[in-house]
Write a protein that binds this ligand. Structure first.
Ligand code: PLP
Length: 368
């Protein structure tokens, strides 16, 4: 057996694979004796499923000998109704990462360009490279915001797609409605613009992009959202896109058949029916974010303005590692981006309080 695997494989892998960066996932918390540890590295929801959602999951689990509804009829109807879109404008996938992959698969051939901000969501360069397309990464400004003028200038006749991430992961700032509209006015109508709103439920800024109205005004806009973050279903993998019916259909076509599983469909539908309870939990997470942001400001940190369920510390090469290690030793598993900075999810109240203790100590050390 092992002898067979020791021989080089003669398989002719696509050259594009060589350029695909590895996805760096948030690490699990390592046990520390006498200390409760928290994983605040993947922007997950700290709450377990609602009782009504857990019941829907249990019920659906009794039917997993059957395939799910491949057309996702009930799920698309429920999403369409909650967002005010016709089911023909709704596309679903295994997470909004899945929807993103479907759209890239529908739009991009080898050599096509996809423009997005950097640093932003980890999956963008991976999915673009997997399609054989070329990522065009435009640096965020010093405030951790999209530089939309530079992004508009980066659009060429090879550009098939632009991805805007608001609030931006990992830095946190929103794109304003005015800025998004000014940007779209400059982008050719045949270039698709995805507005990735994975964290939209946590936004409380009234200047933020009103994506549904924008989609209606600009048929090249696709809005993507997810059940992974505010809805707390990250482990089930379900997300959606709202688009012109032609683009929604194209995304359905490039999806892997049955990729949104039966349990995920049921849980997402049950979550939409429990919107009030979900909203209350999101409000509690937002209140915790406000507590953390205020505490950090009081300690003297100057950070990008976050509208999501995380805060970002742009610490640079020396301090990022120290921050990461100090948090880890104190039982908080955070997400470090090499020598750029560290992202910390707003999690359980005790995790957030522990973050403030650690940042207080680190801040004092920075001053001395
Ligand atoms: C988490 C996240 C997603 C989606 O995650 P899924 O679990 O695949 O739905 C999409 N975009 C951004 C920016 C994210 O942070």
């Amino acid at each position: 057996m092992s002898e067979l695997f020791d021989a080089p494989s003669p398989a002719r892998l696509r050259p594009a694979l060589a350029g695909v960066p590895a996805y760096v996932a948030g690490r699990p918390a390592k046990p520390i004796p006498g200390l409760i540890t928290y994983k605040v590295s993947s922007n997950e929801n700290p709450y377990p499923p609602l009782p009504s959602v857990a019941a829907a999951i249990a019920e659906a689990s009794g039917q997993v000998n059957r395939y799910p509804d491949m057309m996702n009829v009930a799920l698309k109807a429920a999403i369409g109704e909650s967002c005010g879109f016709a089911p023909a404008s709704v596309t679903v996938g295994p997470g909004s990462t899945g929807v993103l992959a479907q759209l890239i698969g529908a739009l991009c051939d080898s050599g096509d360009e996809v423009v997005f901000a950097w640093r932003s969501f980890e999956a963008y360069p991976i999915l673009v490279r997997l399609a054989g397309a070329t990522p065009v990464m435009v640096a965020l400004n010093d405030a951790g915001e999209h530089d939309l003028d530079a992004m508009a200038a980066a659009v060429t006749d090879r550009t098939k797609l632009v991805i805007l991430c608001t609030p931006n992961n990992p830095t946190g700032p929103i794109i304003t409605d005015a800025a998004a509209r000014a940007f779209l006015a400059k982008v050719p109508a045949e270039v698709v613009v995805i507005i990735d709103e994975a964290y939209v439920e946590f936004v409380r800024d009234s200047d933020a992009v009103a994506s549904f109205a924008l989609q209606r005004d600009y048929p090249n806009v696709v809005v993507t959202r997810t059940f992974s973050k505010a809805y707390g279903l990250a482990g089930l993998r379900v997300g959606y896109g709202l688009a012109h019916p032609t683009l929604a259909e194209a995304s359905n076509k490039t999806s892997i058949p049955f990729s949104v599983n039966l349990v995920a469909q049921a849980a997402a539908i049950a979550s939409l029916a429990a919107r009030d309870e979900i909203d209350a939990r999101v409000d509690a997470i937002v209140a915790e974010r406000q507590r953390v942001v205020a505490g950090l400001a009081e300690q003297g940190w100057r950070l990008p303005a976050t509208s999501a369920n995380f805060v970002y510390f742009p610490l640079g090469p020396d301090e990022s590692e120290r921050f990461d290690v100090t948090c880890g030793d104190a039982g908080l598993v955070v997400r470090r981006y090499g020598g750029e900075g560290v992202r910390v999810t707003i999690g359980e109240e005790a995790a957030n309080s522990r973050l403030l203790e650690i940042t207080g100590r680190l801040r004092s050390a920075l001053r001395t």
